[in-house]
Design a protein around this ligand. Sequence first.
Ligand code: FAD
Length: 405
Amino acid sequence: MSGRLVIVGAGQAAFALAAKLRALKDDRPITILGSEEVFPYQRPPLSKKYLLGEMTFDRLLFRPEQWYVDNAVELRTSAWVEEIDRSAKTVRLQDGSTVGYETLALATGAEPRTLPPGIGGDLQGIFTVRDKRDADRLMAEMRPGRHLLIVGGGYIGLEAAAVARHLGLEVTLIEMADRILQRVAARETADTFRQIHASHGVVIREKTGLVCLSGEDGHVKTAELSDGSVIDVDFVIVGIGVTPNDRLAREAGLDVANGIVVDAFTRTSDNAIHALGDCAVLPWKGQQIRLESVQNAVDQAEAAAAILTGGETAYNPKPWFWSDQYDVKLQIAGFNLGYDETFVRPGAREGSLSIWYFREGQFIAVDAINDAKAYVTGKKLLESGINADRAILSDISADLKQLLV
Ligand code: FAD
C-alpha cells in the first residue's frame, strides 16, 4: 500500500480524484482537507436551479456522508490549509495541527474577483457566486420587484440574470467590454444571448463600466456608471472572473503563473505534489492554459488517479462546457482559443443554432444553442480529429451526420 495522499480542497476535482482512486481499487490512505463546512458538492447549479430554489442542497452533494466512510476516505470539513512544508512533507492547518503526506494533491479551485473598497466594494449588498454560502445569501435577496445590478457579462452573470428575471426582479447587467461573453465566445453567440435576455426584460449595457457604488447606512444604494448615469440598486452581483487559488503553492516555492503550473501528468515542479482543476495551469497544444469547467476538473482528476496508480498516459483535455439560461441550453465542445473564423448554422428547430469555430481552416470548437445534434457532432469530430466540411455545414438541408463520414 502506498503512503497517504492528502488532497487540499474538497470540490469537484478533489472528489473525482478520491472516487477514481477507489474505483481503481487503490487502497492508500486518503485525507481530503476542505475549507467549506459541507461535504463536496457540484457548483454549476449555484447559479442555476439551486439559486432558483428548484433544487435542494442534498441533490448537489456528489455522495452522501456514508460514502466516505464506506470508501475509507477521511474527509475533514472546515479545514483550512495554511501552509505546505515540502521538506517535512506536511501541511499545516489553520488550527495549528499538521497532516503528513507521501503525495499531495492541490485542488484548491479559484476565487471570484471582487470590487475594491475604493469604489464601494466593501458596502453591504454586494455578492459573488462561488460557493453554497454565497448562493444561500443571494437567495435571500432575490425578491420580486427589487433592482439587481450585475457587473460582468460572462456566463455566471448571465445565468444569475436569467434566475433573477424568473423570480420577478428588475435586472441591469453592465459589461465594460464591447460586448457580453467577449472573453469566451464569438460575437454571434453573444448576439444570440443578448437578444434572449432583452426579450426577457434584462437591460444589458455594454461598453459600460462601473465607476463606483455608493451606499446609505453602509448598504449599497446607487451605482455610477462610466456613461455618467446613476442608477438605484438594491443589491449587486459581481461576475468579473476568478483568480486561481495558488497561494499555498507559491509560498511553498512551486512554479506558479496565474495558477499552479503542472506538466501533462498533473505534476507540479515538485514530483510529490500534483495540482488539478481550476487552480492548475496545464500544457495544451504548445500553450499554457487554465480551464474552469467540470469537464476539466473531473478528467484531470481521473488522469491524476491513473498516473498515481502507475499509468503513464498524459492528460489530453477534451474540453466541453454548458450554460443554462431560461429555457435555453448552450453546449460547447472544444476550446475556441485563437479562432480566426466562425460559421453560423441554423438548427432544425426554431431558436436552435450553432456557431462553429475554425483556426487556420481547422475546426476547433462549436457553441450549440438548443441544438444537441450540433454539439454531439462537433464533439465527435474533435474526438476523431476530422475537420468540419464547410460545404456540408453551409448546406442547411444536409444531415450533420454527413460531417462524420
Ligand atoms: P472547486 O470546486 O472550486 O473546489 C475547490 C475547493 O477548495 C473549495 O471548496 C475551496 O473552498 C477549497 N479550498 C481552497 N483553498 C483551500 C485551502 N487552503 N484549504 C482548504 N480548502 C481550500 N462548469 C461547467 O463546466 N459548467 C457550468 O455550467 C458551470 N457553472 C458554474 C457555476 C458556478 C456558480 C460556479 C462557481 C462554477 C461553475 N462551473 C461550471 C465551474 C466548475 O464548477 C468548476 O470548474 C469546478 O468546480 C472546479 O473544481 P475544483 O475542484 O477545481 O474547484
